[in-house]
Write a protein that binds this ligand. Structure first.
Ligand code: ZN
Length: 106
């Protein structure tokens, strides 16, 4: 089953990385990253994005989490390159599947 949330350790802290409805984000934001990281540091990414944009925004917000001193334009430029490369090489998020639809999974 695809998940909309995962946890990973970044700089020794347990971060939550979540795909969220766009209304859970500030207007005109596609993702955000807790800064400074609080008690439960979280990265949020809109699930309403195209696959290519989702790859880019995910990389973008994770760069903020991993390298908080990197300035916005460096994050934006780097995330655009990495996101485009991943998409070009074929990385895609699988569609959400219902249980009934899941039989080909191993
Ligand atoms: Zn940013």
């Amino acid at each position: 089953m695809m998940r909309n949330e995962t946890r990973l350790k970044i700089n020794g802290r347990a971060w939550r990385v979540k795909l969220v409805k766009s209304k859970e984000l500030p207007k005109d934001r596609f993702g955000d990253c807790d800064h400074p990281p609080g008690r439960h540091p979280t990265v949020r990414i809109s699930q309403a994005l195209s696959q290519r944009r989702m790859a880019e925004i995910t990389v973008h917000e994770l760069l903020h989490a991993a390298l908080p001193s990197l300035d916005e334009s460096a994050v934006t430029d780097t995330a655009a390159v990495i996101g485009r490369a991943l998409f070009s090489l074929g990385w895609r998020r699988s569609p959400l599947q219902s249980k009934a639809n899941n039989r080909s999974k191993q």
